[in-house]
Design a protein around this ligand. Structure first.
Ligand SMILES: *[C@@H]1O[C@H](CO)[C@@H](O)[C@H](O)[C@H]1NC(C)=O
Ligand SMILES: *[C@@H]1O[C@H](CO)[C@@H](O)[C@H](O)[C@H]1NC(C)=O
Ligand SMILES: *[C@@H]1O[C@H](CO)[C@@H](O)[C@H](O)[C@H]1NC(C)=O
Ligand SMILES: *[C@@H]1O[C@H](CO)[C@@H](O)[C@H](O)[C@H]1NC(C)=O
Ligand SMILES: *[C@@H]1O[C@H](CO)[C@@H](O)[C@H](O)[C@H]1NC(C)=O
Ligand SMILES: *[C@@H]1O[C@H](CO)[C@@H](O)[C@H](O)[C@H]1NC(C)=O
Length: 273
């Protein structure tokens, strides 16, 4: 069996950020797989691909012996189809076959790993755009069930604040009827891009469905080079991360242990030593 199992028990010290689960065992698997295969392997044989919560854990992972100058998969990925509405905050999937939420050609592309907010383009199609860009925006007012096009250009979060102050929130698009009313509201306005309430958190959640506030990107990473880099790899020498094509075949880290949210705890499967 060409598998190296590493046992690392983590001692927790209280920290300000989200606390990682009490203890996790880390398993370095020296078989070459793509990210999805590695995830299946980890879920079948352990709990999941690892989540890295802080620098101390990175250092522990560096104790892989012997050290190899290469990269390995961790549970980090950038799901460009999982979004949230400003009004709800729940994750939901908007793939290319959605009934009325239609992506413009080749979108979402998370250009330069910097596009985490959505604007309507040409009044009907969606495009992921840099949240800091300034566009007109669409508020929703729940009191009189109306859509308000605000023609001042603001960043997505400034637009959100405005809508929350003067109306209810940036608009959601929850049905075909709502979509056509919005199209009607925008008709003739001449706006190219208009912010709506759709956004997502960069590189969250991780494979095990937990989130981490810690990041350790290598210089100029992530960059989503050629818009094909949606998985995160870990440098075994430096502990730094980079985004890369998910189809690459790399070694990887699994863990066994509890996941963070009590209601999503996955039990350990067979632990091999
Ligand atoms: C679990 O690990 C064994 C080797 O230890 C491997 O043969 C098997 O394919 C793994 N399971 C999955 C689903 O990857
Ligand atoms: C709904 O209320 C908002 C806020 O008071 C107002 O700006 C908007 O014009 C109203 N729309 C309609 C259709 O009454
Ligand atoms: C949207 O338009 C339909 C008619 O097409 C109307 O019945 C509905 O009340 C409008 N308002 C909203 C909030 O969808
Ligand atoms: C937009 O408004 C024009 C008239 O100003 C109308 O002819 C056209 O059908 C409208 N388009 C949509 C999609 O409602
Ligand atoms: C992940 O967490 C969210 C809540 O943050 C929950 O709605 C979802 O069901 C979880 N998914 C899995 C696979 O545990
Ligand atoms: C990973 O491998 C599986 C089968 O081995 C394949 O179906 C999948 O497309 C690969 N993923 C990528 C991103 O290439």
């Amino acid at each position: 069996m060409e598998e190296t199992c590493l046992l690392l028990i983590l001692l927790l010290s209280g920290g300000l950020s989200t606390l990682p689960p009490h203890s996790r065992e880390y398993h370095f698997v020296n078989q070459l797989m793509n990210w999805t295969e590695a995830q299946s392997y980890c879920r079948a044989n352990f709990t999941d691909l690892v989540t890295i919560y802080n620098i101390d854990i990175s250092q522990l992972l560096l104790s892989v012996s012997p050290r190899i100058s290469t990269w390995a998969w961790i549970g980090l990925y950038n799901d460009r189809y999982s979004w949230k509405w400003s009004m709800e905050g729940k994750l939901f999937y908007v793939g290319s076959t959605h009934e009325f939420l239609i992506w413009a050609n080749d979108q979402p592309d998370c250009l330069n790993a910097n596009e985490y907010c959505v604007a309507l383009q040409g009044q009907t199609q969606m495009n992921d755009r840099p949240c800091g860009d300034s566009y007109p925006f669409l508020c929703y007012n729940a009191k009189n069930t109306s859509y308000i096009l605000v023609k001042e250009s603001r960043s997505w979060s400034e637009a959100q604040s405005y809508c929350r102050t003067y109306h209810t929130d940036l608009t959601s698009i929850r049905s075909k009827e709502e979509k056509s009313n919005i199209t009607l509201t925008l008709n003739g306005s001449g706006v190219q891009y208009v912010w709506i309430g759709l956004y997502r958190d960069p590189w969250a959640p991780w494979s095990d469905n937990t989130t981490s506030t810690f990041t350790n990107w290598a210089y100029s990473q992530p960059n989503n080079y050629n818009s094909v880099e949606y998985c995160g790899m870990f440098n075994l020498m430096t502990g730094e991360w980079a985004d890369v094509f998910c189809g690459l075949r790399l070694y990887f880290f699994c863990f066994t242990g509890e996941v963070q949210n009590a209601n999503t705890v996955r039990s350990c499967h067979h632990v091999k030593h």
